[in-house]
Design a protein around this ligand. Structure first.
Ligand SMILES: *Cc1c(COP(=O)(O)O)cnc(C)c1O
Length: 834
């Protein structure tokens, strides 16, 4: 379905500020200037966020060929030939347009909300119903005020079932989402602690979520959450009193009491669970290939939806057995031969392909990009249209090579062969490609693996990924983005942000993290040594990079790779200036560090006159002058911090006067940003906060720790009283004791200080102590009373609920030391929840 500009103007009640090309029909909504794919038929909405204003990207979007815009402010620049629609609020306009679009369709729409399991229930319903329906669904977890309109916008004439999820972070939002989704069937998965911020109570949270179901015919939910059950009762009561709506049918399930579906037993075996229930007076049962409680709950919810849709119980049972774990995230891993692998081998549909391609495009480290793509099984378009669309998308994302696997994609090879610069290969099956695998010689490239489940691409990821020992540091790229935003919100819009990525980004990676920071448009990066900066440049990072310890041997590299040195002593200044003069380089960007109390690096403010003299006749262009706070996190030292700030600003004023031009002034690190807002000045230097640790321990910020260190159980042992554990027999079993040997030791960065009960690790949700001394590559933990621990089970060393702050305290140190001490032999895995 396509819309003309006059129609859109009418729908969003806008004003046409400027008329450009007429005759356009819009079929795509665009919110991000970085994601332009089909400029001619896209409509760009200039949304206003807390910090980023879409209006600043109008020109960039225009230059990429987009000619249709919705704005709330009159653009400052000329956009010849563009249609510009002005509205009061661009987000409201986006939502209004999608509400209108939704109203064009009469097929059933399932609206899903709840604290957990929304995305899994949605994806599983899709797996369970795709044989019977042509489904339109939210891509990944697009469930926000922006994600929902975009999801609903995908609806078209060929669909006959919608699956949309709705998530909210504050009161008042669900009402808007209800208007956009207009669900006819409601699914309330559960209620938990997640996202409690912004709500008053559990009950309020339930009531807010129930707003999604205002107009549904049936509501499916688990009665065992008493808050949900009571919430629904009083919600209905209130309607009945007002006689304002017909009864909504309730379809509930319970393991405790009578319900539409009464679950009688749940029996877990090694890797499957059998669930028995009573429905309409009959005993029914099914088996699911999972044993964890969350999956069982989600499966029962899906079961109810299928029963409600009158799917035959035998068919349900057969499909349930085939359910697969939903890959909730896009993972970036190191491959063999210096490749980067993005593994998204659980689904192939056009919207998730686009998300994965965006993620691939963010990876600047290799010039070459390969996509291995299976048939796309589920689509409303005809095959010919579909593969044309895929081909166009690959072209826009500058993919160099496509390996297509499956009959359908192979049949449409011509769509891809038309694309200039795209090398193509096709195979009927994954097996056929595997036989050819070693001819390809994948080297130094980014590879996206994207395949429908039946193609079993996990076989390919095993071939491509670097084998490493089974201890991994998982790094959540979205948590980075979240933390960055948290701190940006503490700043004035004009204050710049320098992100500290020294020491391998506090242990969490180099270009992987820098790519993300570049994508989110921080202003500066800082590294400790020039070679770290060189590595970033080689990986395609174009942001300005400050080098805090420029050594004479690296001057060449600094100039060649356009890095910017920190100057902190006269000798260094003289050496570098000499180097520049010799090469006839003028106005080279540098940073000047002042000493104000840390007593580490920097020019003493007493030496100011000398410094001014040296700068006057130099070949430098001073980009910034900065100093470092010694105790910004400590309330007892606030007076000292204040004095540091005063000294600094005083010196800056003198330097500015001598130089005759302005430069950036900065002094605040993470704790300074929060605790000393008046020292934010022109720029701040965000370090540990970016990685999710509030060094001031105020507990005031919604930070997410970015990394989780995980290992696995190598062996389980049963000990008798008086048996001992490890070197020098330090660990003692007082009674019958069960221990697990896990694959991490001090060579990985798990400090020896954490031995003998000092440190704890998490297994199956339980915190258990280390027993005996930490060895070089192994550590033993006491798992007495923890049931069912097997070899290969996952053990969390920190992250996922076990804060690195605790581990640091046990070890008698600070999180900085633990983070940067994780050795390089521990494999880093980067992921993004889709
Ligand atoms: C490391 C560093 C920072 C960041 O400090 P955090 O406490 O991690 O925020 C800021 N400035 C300089 C000069 C640094 O060396």
């Amino acid at each position: 379905m396509q819309y003309t500009i006059p129609t859109i103007v009418q729908i969003v009640k806008g004003k046409l500020l400027q008329t450009g090309t007429d005759d356009v029909s819009i079929d795509r909504l665009l919110l991000d200037s970085r994601k332009v794919l089909f400029p001619a038929t896209s409509l760009f909405f200039a949304l206003k966020g807390d910090r980023r204003n879409g209006h600043s990207f109008l020109l960039e979007t225009y230059e990429k060929g987009v000619r249709n815009f919705v704005v709330s402010e009159v653009p400052e620049m000329e956009l010849p030939g563009a249609n510009i629609i002005q509205v009061k609020d661009t987000l409201t306009a986006l939502q209004t347009l999608s509400i209108h679009h939704r109203k064009q369709f009469k097929f059933p729409v399932i609206g899903i909300t709840g604290s957990n399991g929304k995305t899994i229930v949605k994806e599983w319903l899709n797996q369970l119903l795709e044989a019977d329906y042509s489904i339109v669904k939210s891509p990944k977890s697009y469930n926000s005020q922006i994600g929902v309109p975009l999801s609903v916008w995908q609806m078209n004439e060929q669909h006959n079932l919608g699956l949309f999820e709705a998530g909210i972070s504050q009161s008042g939002e669900m009402e808007k989402l209800e208007k956009i989704i207009q669900p006819t069937i409601g699914v309330f998965t559960n209620i938990g602690e997640a996202h409690s911020q912004g709500f008053m109570s559990m009950r309020q949270k339930v009531n807010e979520k129930l707003q999604l179901f205002k107009h549904v015919n049936t509501l499916i939910y688990c009665k065992d959450y008493s808050e949900i059950n009571e919430g629904i009762a009083s919600y209905l009561h209130q309607f009945q009193q007002a006689e304002s709506r017909p009864d909504m049918k309730l379809f509930d399930w319970s393991v405790k009491t009578s319900a539409t579906v009464r679950v009688c037993s749940i029996k877990k075996k090694r890797n499957a669970t059998t669930i028995e229930a009573e429905y309409k007076g009959e005993k029914i049962s099914l088996k699911v290939p999972f044993i964890d409680d969350a999956s069982i709950e989600n499966a029962i919810t899906c079961w109810c939806v299928l029963l409600h849709e009158n799917v035959d119980q035998n068919v349900i049972a057969e499909r349930m057995l085939q359910l697969t774990q939903v890959a909730m995230r896009l993972e970036l891993k190191k491959g063999t031969n210096n490749c980067s692998i993005i593994n998204d081998s659980y689904s192939a549909d056009i919207s998730s392909l686009k998300i994965a391609l965006d993620f691939l495009a963010q990876q600047q480290q290799h010039a070459k990009r390969t996509v291995i793509l299976s048939d796309i099984l589920q689509s409303a378009e005809s095959d010919a249209e579909l593969y044309d669309l895929v081909a166009k998308t690959l072209k826009e994302k500058h993919i160099n090579r496509l390996i297509g696997i499956g009959d359908h994609i192979s049949r449409h090879h011509k769509s891809f062969e038309k694309i200039e610069g795209l090398e193509t290969h096709f195979y009927p099956t994954t097996e056929a490609f595997k036989r050819d695998f070693y001819h390809y010689n994948f080297t130094n490239e980014s590879i996206l693996l994207k395949g429908a489940r039946v193609f079993k691409f996990e076989q390919l990821s095993r071939l491509l990924e670097q084998k490493a020992h089974q201890t991994v540091l998982e790094i959540n790229l979205e948590a980075f983005a979240n933390n960055l935003k948290v701190y940006q919100q503490l700043l004035q819009p004009s204050t710049k942000m320098m992100a500290m990525v020294k020491a391998f980004s506090y242990g969490s990676g180099s270009y992987e993290v820098a790519n993300l920071l570049q994508f989110h448009k921080v202003d500066y990066l800082a590294v400790a040594y020039a070679d770290e900066g060189v590595e970033l440049r080689k990986a395609g990072i174009t942001l300005p990079i400050m080098v805090m310890n420029p050594e004479e041997s690296s001057y060449d590299a600094i100039v060649q790779f356009e890095l910017q040195p920190d100057l902190f002593s006269f000798q260094e200044m003289q050496d570098f200036d000499g180097f520049l003069k010799q090469q006839n380089i003028k106005d080279f960007p540098v940073h000047v560090e002042l000493e104000t109390g840390m007593n580490r690096l920097g020019f003493d403010v007493q030496e100011l006159p000398l410094l001014l003299d040296a700068l006057k006749n130099s070949s430098f262009k001073v980009q910034s002058v900065f100093s470092h706070l010694a105790a910004s996190e400590d309330p007892n030292e606030d007076e000292f911090t204040r004095q540091q700030g005063e000294k600094f600003l005083h010196a800056c004023a003198a330097i500015e006067e001598t130089l005759g031009y302005k430069f950036i002034k900065h002094i605040a690190n993470t704790a300074g940003i929060l605790r000393h807002p008046h020292l934010q000045l022109d720029m701040v230097r965000l370090g540990i906060g970016l990685y999710g640790v509030d060094s001031a321990e105020t507990g005031r910020l919604p930070l997410q720790e970015v990394s989780a260190l995980k290992t696995t159980v190598a062996q389980v042992k049963h000990l008798h009283p008086n048996d001992t554990v490890g070197y020098n027999r330090r660990g003692k079993a007082k009674e019958n004791t069960v221990i697990a040997t896990v694959r991490i030791g001090y060579a990985d960065g798990y400090e020896r200080r954490l031995g003998n009960g000092v440190g704890k690790m998490m297994i199956k949700g339980n915190l258990v102590p280390v027993i005996g001394s930490v060895c070089m590559d192994m550590t033993m933990i006491d798992i007495t009373n923890i049931e069912d621990v097997k070899e290969g089970d996952e053990v969390t060393v920190f992250g996922n609920g076990l804060s690195i702050v605790n581990v640091a305290k046990w070890a008698g140190t600070i999180p900085y030391e633990i983070m940067t001490g994780i050795s390089q032999r521990v494999k880093r895995v980067y992921f993004e929840e889709g």
